[in-house]
Design a protein around this ligand. Structure first.
Ligand code: GTP
Length: 301
C-alpha cells in the first residue's frame, strides 16, 4: 500500500462528483444583491421574538466561591421583535454583536449584558432586544471532615430584556444536585432509609435592588444545599462518608419539604421579586422520579 499512486486532489474531487462552477448570472456585489429580508409590505403579523439560538461561545464568569473567575461555555439565544411591515430581521447583526463582545472579552455580568442588549437593539434598528444565556458554573466543594476539595457544577441561566431605552427584566436560574433521604422510609423501617439524588431548580426575577456585588449563583446554591438532607461532594474519604450519611439521616426530606424550605429562604432574599422552586428526586426504589414545584410572587399575588 505504501507505493500507491493517487490522482491529484482536483482529479479525486472530480472522481467523487465535484464539477466545475457553472455560468453565474446573479450579482455578487453586496449593493446589487436583493435584500429580501428588508422587504416592506403588510406581512400580517408582528413577530414577538426572532433571532438566533443555540450559539455556543466561551465566556468569563465571576463568583464569590472558588474559582473566583472562570471560563465556561455559554449557549446564547438573542432575539428582537419585528413589525408586520418587515419580512425579516437582519440575522447577521446578532452574530456580529456577539463577535464584538467575544473579541473584547465577554464577561457575563448584568452591566455587560445590559450594554450588549442596548447596542444590539441599535444595531438591529429595533426598540427592543432580549437574551437568554445558559452555562455550567463550576465551584469548589470541600469534604465535611477531611476538607479535601474538588469541583462541582450547577447549571445557570440568565435572561435579560431591554425595551424602549431601559432594562425591563432580569431573571436568573440555577439547577443543582443534592442528597435527599426519605422521611417515610426512615419512620417506618427498623433500620436504614432510602435516599436519592435530588435536583433543585430555582428561577427568580431580580428586583431593582439587586447589586452586582452579590453573587446570585452562590445565594441560590446556599438556599438549595442548606435545606437538603446532605450535599453532593466530588471527593469523600471514610470519615467524610460517615458524616454525610449521618447528616442525611438526621435531615430527612420529601420533595414537598425541599420546595417549601428553599422557598422560605428565597422569600427572605431582599432582591428576589418572585420565584419558582422545583425539586425532582431520582428515586432509588422506583424507576420514576418524585416532583414538586411552587411559585411565589412576593408582592402578594
Ligand atoms: N431574516 C432571516 N435571515 C436568515 C434566515 N436564515 C438565514 N438567514 C440569513 O442571514 C443572512 C444575512 O443576514 P442580513 O443581516 O440580512 O445580511 P445583510 O443584509 O447583508 O446585512 P446588513 O447589511 O447588516 O443588513 C442572509 O444570508 C439570510 O439568508 C431567516 O430565517 N430569516
Amino acid at each position: 500500500m505504501n507505493n500507491l499512486k493517487l490522482p491529484s486532489k482536483r482529479e479525486r474531487l472530480k472522481l467523487f462528483g465535484s464539477s466545475e462552477p457553472g455560468i453565474k448570472l446573479k450579482p455578487s456585489e453586496k449593493e446589487k444583491i436583493p435584500d429580501l429580508q428588508n422587504k416592506k409590505e403588510n406581512f400580517l403579523f408582528e413577530i414577538d421574538a426572532v433571532g438566533i439560538t443555540n450559539v455556543k461561545m466561551p465566556v468569563s464568569i465571576t463568583s464569590v466561591l472558588n474559582p473566583y473567575t472562570q471560563t465556561t461555555i455559554a449557549s446564547f439565544t438573542l432575539t428582537s421583535a419585528i413589525s408586520h411591515e418587515v419580512k425579516g430581521t437582519n440575522m447577521s447583526r446578532f452574530t456580529e454583536q456577539l463577535e464584538l463582545y467575544r473579541r473584547q472579552g465577554f464577561t457575563l455580568s448584568f452591566s455587560q449584558l445590559s450594554d450588549f442588549l442596548k447596542e444590539l437593539a441599535g444595531r438591529l434598528e429595533q426598540k427592543d432586544a432580549s437574551l437568554e444565556v445558559t452555562f455550567p458554573w463550576f465551584y469548589e466543594q470541600a469534604a465535611p471532615v477531611s476538607s479535601l476539595a474538588g469541583l462541582n457544577h450547577a447549571d445557570a441561566r440568565i435572561s435579560v430584556s431591554y425595551r424602549q431605552g431601559k432594562i425591563v427584566e432580569r431573571r436568573v436560574e440555577l439547577s443543582c444536585a443534592v442528597t435527599t433521604l426519605c422521611p417515610c422510609s426512615k419512620e417506618i423501617s427498623e433500620y436504614s432509609a432510602h435516599n436519592q439524588r435530588g435536583y433543585i431548580r430555582m428561577m427568580a426575577s431580580l428586583s431593582v435592588e439587586y447589586q452586582e456585588s452579590t453573587d446570585w449563583k452562590a445565594v441560590l446554591l446556599e438556599a438549595a444545599q442548606s435545606n437538603a438532607s446532605a450535599w453532593i461532594y466530588p471527593i469523600l474519604k471514610r470519615p467524610d462518608e460517615k458524616a454525610v450519611t449521618e447528616k442525611a439521616y438526621e435531615n430527612p426530606r420529601f420533595v414537598e419539604d425541599m420546595v417549601r424550605l428553599v422557598a422560605a429562604d428565597l422569600y427572605e432574599v431582599p432582591f428576589i421579586e418572585s420565584f419558582t422552586v422545583e425539586c425532582r428526586n431520582e428515586e432509588s426504589i422506583h424507576l420514576h422520579d418524585a416532583y414538586a414545584s411552587l411559585t411565589i410572587q412576593k408582592n402578594g399575588n
